[in-house]
Ligand binder design. Sequence first.
Ligand code: ADP
Ligand code: SF4
Length: 687
Amino acid sequence: MPRNPRYDILFEPVRIGPVTTRNRFYCTPHAIGTGQQMPHVRAAVREVRAEGGWGVVNTGYCSIHPSSDDAPLPYSRLWDDEDIRVHALMVDAVHKHGSLAGVELWHGGGGTGNRLSRRGLLSASGIADDITYPGWINLAQSRPMDKRDIADFRRWHVAAAKRARSAGFDIIYTYAGMNFGPYQFLLPWLNQRSDEYGGSLENRLRLTREILEEMKTAVGDTCAIALRFSTEDLLEVPGNTQETEAHEVVAMLSDLPDLWDVKSSSWTRETVSARFSEQGAQEPINSFVKGLTDRPVVGVGRFTSPDMMVSQVRRGILDLIGAARPSIADPFLPNKIDDGREDEIRECIGCNICVSGYHDGVPVRCTQNPTMGEEWRRQWHPERMPPGDSNSSVLVVGAGPAGLECARALGARGFAVTLAEARANLGGRVTIESALPGLATWARVRDYRSHLLQSMANVDIYLGNELSAEDIAAFDSEHIVIATGAHWSAAIPDDRGHATRHLETGNVFTPDDVLAGADISGPVVIYDFDHYYMGSCLAELLRERGLDVSIVTTAGAISAWTFMNNEMADIRHRMIEIGVQIVLESKLTGFSGHIASLESIYAGGPSQALECGSLVVVGKRRPNDALYQALCAAGLQNVRCIGDCRVPGAIVHAVYAGHECARTIDEPMGADLTEGIAWERPRLTTS
Ligand code: ADP
Ligand code: SF4
């Protein structure tokens, strides 16, 4: 289909210093969990974006020197000439598709850990940032940089820029944001120097200016020099010549960088989930920049709507549409708009599972895009599937995320697919859970797939069809895939912490009960040892109904796992805002029907009694695998079980399982699916 002319503006080339990007789609620097250890995975993850039409594709943060080491988090590095080769792999892959490759040179200053290199941390004035997240506490403080350190710091930037050019990069960043390196000099509360690098804004900006000038002199004839700048903090500081110091920074440097990449001030603010922010939420902190520079400006905003992108350009907010998450969820987003297939965009749902991959130190994974991170390891392409046998029939039972993705991918492979669903609608758990406060975007997991399925002539969908083992056997399909999901259990942990104990009293509910409309009376105690979103989402739902709600959890923080996907602080804040009482590090020892008895998880800790009209247990989920077991018992050999029905997990696991099943359905039953997966191997430097 031809492109909608309304979107032509997104495909205009944009000049960035000495280079030109073919369009306005710009993959901003973002970590993908591969670090320096997985160059092939990294190159493939970046390449697929270039293939999908992103005009510029950047690396994640790339350390310029061992004095900036973020271990154990996976970061890239350009410390010496040996490191050039692994970057060249990515650059060549990106260039192959006509895109520009950018590198985000980074020095963390006092905002990193140096746990691997064991170098002392450097910062403007030796002032530690207020780090409140347990995982990020660093025992070593930083020391104020002296003049020699500053000279070294500038020299390291130039040396790394030269290496970046040797690797073939077209755009080279310096990073004055998010409490890293030069940014610490910009902020008056972190910079208390009395020399020419402290005091006035001109002085605080000196280091950033020097680095930019020196990088431009060194490599600026062939490479664009970009500045990544967090505007948010200095927007709070009144300026002398402009409204705020953020305005003054842009006005003072104005056309010195070839590109302004502007953003918020912390990793958690930058990656706010859809539960807590709308598409385009960064506009208030970015919109002033273009008025103060003639250089192109890029910013992010979880943009998945082409109309929203056009509006950003037309209203003079951004020149380039920056994306991390939207490009992870759909590497082919630009090409789909270009082909007039914008209704096929696999829209990011803003769940931040991708963020958790980085914290886990593993290649990026995505709820919407199961191929993300598997391009090299498993040779999975997000848009192309190996053709299957169109005479071969597959019955998929259950249309939750696992069944939907399996049926979609099987349909794309050409199999004759029947999808049967007991309920009157598609989506399984995502349909139910997307009705929870803040989770509306999660329905995109269903909508993307149901839209494509409905256009496939080789897929039949039967809603309102609860199949029995006899129905399935009589269907006589060559392959059977059971994706019947899981249910929440009301069992609570025994003394050893295993959720096997059932309470005898009434008024005990599971999330399934609450979501099915059970009559819940207050005050409500939510006993949460699931540690993800469900406990706090139910608390919001029940508060909306005017009930008093407490969350009791065994963990030391509310929704403890959400430290990994950057939602924890927002959840905690929301609970305070809506008046949910939070009881941490406590276990439920009994429930009388009116009183919930609690004890500290630590021996000898305090006990408590909470008035409780309804107890909601948010704990473990159990597979709905009776159908699968019955089919196995009946001797059927061609049955596979996937998703929550196999192993309960998050939606990302179910989608992945559905996709994997569709890709491998022509493998013999019981085949070892780990065979044929490529693993990166360390190269021994001694023989
Ligand atoms: P997953 O996350 O693994 O996809 P879900 O719980 O989201 O699991 O989806 C499972 C789906 O399977 C639900 O929509 C449920 O209605 C459906 N289902 C369960 N049992 C049957 C059955 N016997 N026949 C057809 N559909 C079923
Ligand atoms: Fe978007 Fe979630 Fe995928 Fe991240 S994991 S890109 S937030 S859909």
